[in-house]
Design a protein around this ligand. Structure first.
Ligand code: PHE
Length: 372
């Protein structure tokens, strides 16, 4: 009875079951086909990625294969309408990725081949584009010039630290504690007791060099020095000096004068100098050197204050006490020292009227020192 009923039911609904079955197989086919197409696009993507050529014909073939009228992309877009709605989004995105990859590849390959063509066509004998070079700072230019002049008569360059102790900046230079001449150099102290300071002159390098070397000594030490001075057009708290030192047997004041005269002739083209008595604790006798600049123009009047003379450095015979401080036999050896400010000399040579310009470093000023 029951079996009968079931058979009847099945027979009656057979048509229906067949439909259901067909529907299922159709869906499975669709999905399978769609999966295959996605895989296919992945393969195309890999193909595009791997493609490389510098041959124009090959690149054109590649373009036609993908972008041509009957090309792969058009074919894929044509199949779009057959894709089940739920999968349309994923399928669409995949095709667009492929399309972008093809366009990107074509663009890169074309750029590479055209640049190749340009480089072959380029005239290799054409002069290059000019490079814009920087320029040396006027302080460096003059420092180098002065160094060269003294190098040519046997002076070597010696260096020392900008942060000094009391001994090298003052005491060893015959400036003991409480010596009034210390006040002449407004010192920047970093630490007190024991004193650590910014060197106020390059004379400290004399001591450092004398401590470690035996005469004969002939050195030049350019460098930065620091003094607590109000900044104005004529003075700055940072400036540069060049120190000279010569120690040997039988060095006399005549040697000093001769050397300085040689120097002023080389640097300024002016050989008339005079030495005025002066005082430095580390030299005895001491002198200031003036160069006769002349009174040929209004500027000469202005910069020499109407005298024609310009002060350019301090100098003297090294005090025997200084030699004793560094254990050099003052009976056997003597010598001279001199020191000059570089900024003043640069201002003279280049007719600059404000020392602050050296530290502002405005490129409009610096560019004027370019060498061609
Ligand atoms: N150190 C001195 C100064 O700064 C210059 C100088 C150097 C004088 C060497 C004599 C000898 O004023």
């Amino acid at each position: 009875m029951l079996a009968n009923a079931i058979t009847k039911f099945l027979i009656c609904n057979l048509q229906f079951f067949i439909y259901i079955g067909k529907l299922f197989s159709l869906i499975i086919k669709f999905v399978a086909k769609f999966m295959l197409m996605i895989e296919q696009i992945e393969e195309y993507l890999a193909q595009v990625d791997q493609f490389n050529s510098s041959n124009n014909e090959e690149i054109e073939q590649f373009r036609i294969q993908f972008n041509g009228k009957k090309g792969i992309l058009n074919d894929l877009f044509a199949q779009f309408k057959n894709v089940p709605n739920e999968q349309k989004k994923e399928f669409g995105q995949k095709i667009n990725t492929l399309k972008a990859a093809v366009a990107n590849k074509l663009q890169n390959l074309k750029a590479a081949t055209t640049s190749q063509i340009v480089s072959v066509k380029e005239d290799l004998t054409k002069p290059g584009f000019p490079l814009t070079l920087g320029s040396r700072h006027p302080i460096s230019l003059v420092k180098n010039r002065i160094t060269e002049i003294f190098k040519s008569i046997g002076f070597a360059v010696a260096d020392g630290p900008e942060i000094e102790d009391d001994w090298h900046n003052f005491s060893a230079l015959n400036l003991p504690e409480y010596h009034p001449a210390r006040d002449m150099q407004d010192t920047f102290f970093i630490e007190k007791n024991p004193d650590v300071l910014l060197r106020t002159h390059t004379s400290s390098v004399q001591i450092r060099y004398l401590e470690n070397n035996e005469p004969p000594i002939r050195i030049l030490s350019p460098g930065r020095v620091f003094r607590n001075e109000a900044i104005s057009a004529r003075s700055h708290c940072i400036f540069h000096q060049i120190e000279g030192l010569y120690i040997d047997e039988n060095v006399s004041f005549a040697d000093l004068k001769q050397t300085i005269q040689y120097f002023t002739t080389e640097l300024f083209g002016k050989s008339k100098i005079r030495m005025r008595p002066s005082y430095f604790p580390f030299t005895e006798p001491s002198a200031e050197v003036d160069v006769y600049w002349g009174l040929n123009s209004e500027t000469d009047y202005r910069i020499t204050k109407g005298t024609g003379w310009l002060e350019i450095m301090g100098c003297g015979m090294v005090d025997p006490a200084v030699l004793q401080n560094v254990n050099i036999d003052a009976d056997k050896y003597s010598g001279y020292a001199f020191g000059m400010g570089i900024e003043r000399i640069v201002m003279l040579l280049y007719q600059m009227n404000d020392i602050r310009m050296f530290f502002d470093n405005d490129v409009r000023m610096l560019e004027q020192f370019k060498t061609s």
